[in-house]
Design a protein around this ligand. Structure first.
Ligand SMILES: Cc1cc2nc3c(=O)[nH]c(=O)nc-3n(C[C@H](O)[C@H](O)[C@H](O)COP(=O)(O)O)c2cc1C
Length: 201
């Protein structure tokens, strides 16, 4: 199994360093009901602007609902379908366009929903699982297939399951992505101190 722990500039928490987005999933291992409950609970406790909890998550567990899972899988882009065929659990994260309490536009809902998705992804790592978020899916198709209302934006699908060895990937391009070294931009290119563009620290 690949250990793709981030090579960080300074030590960070294991959970953060170990999270990554693999494509090789073990088709033979389902995610337990208790694990699913923990993933949902982690996302549920994410922070949000005004405490509005503007996210909605749909989920399809292949072991429980093969037909629903297939419908969700069919909404993915060609590239994502190449590796998601082995994924046991799929989520769809959606963000509200307005606040429930006053009907005003919620310009933070995408931000909040991303935090909930990250919380779910980190809980997956804590559960010995992996999570891979995807923007590559057909939005009108998920709206039509699953009744997502117009005032919610489908943001990302999330593949969750047990990691497998890269050899399970039968597509060369996908395998190349799986083996590509993980990298990030230097701190100074993305983090500023005091003023835009000024070096941090
Ligand atoms: C909103 C979002 C959309 C993404 N869309 C895709 C996707 O459609 N397909 C894919 O293989 N990976 C997708 N990714 C995964 C990113 O490529 C990955 O997070 C990034 O390359 C960093 O790698 P790491 O997560 O392994 O650190 C997406 C990630 C996010 C957060």
């Amino acid at each position: 199994m690949q250990d793709r722990k981030a090579i960080t500039g300074v030590p960070i928490h294991e959970l953060l360093a170990r999270r990554w987005s693999p494509r090789a999933f073990d088709a033979s291992r389902a995610v337990s009901r208790a694990q699913v409950a923990a993933l949902v609970e982690a996302a549920r406790w994410a922070p949000s602007c005004f405490g509005a909890e503007p996210w909605r998550f749909l989920m399809w567990d292949r072991a429980q609902d093969a037909a629903g899972w297939q419908q969700a899988y069919d909404c993915l882009s060609d590239n994502n379908r190449k590796w998601c065929k082995n994924v046991p659990l799929l989520f769809l994260a959606c963000a509200a366009s307005s606040f429930e309490h006053n009907g005003q536009p919620n310009r933070w809902s995408h931000y909040d929903t991303g935090m909930a998705a990250l919380a779910l992804s980190l809980e997956a790592v804590a559960q010995g699982l992996v999570a891979h978020q995807m923007g590559g899916f057909d939005i009108p198709k998920v709206r039509a297939a699953f009744g997502v209302p117009d005032d919610f934006m489908p943001m990302a699908m999330i593949a969750v399951g047990y990691q497998a060895a890269p050899e399970v990937l039968d597509d060369e391009e996908t395998l190349k992505k799986e083996l590509k070294p993980r990298a990030r931009k230097p701190v100074a290119e993305r983090f500023f101190g005091g003023r835009w563009g000024a070096p941090a620290g």
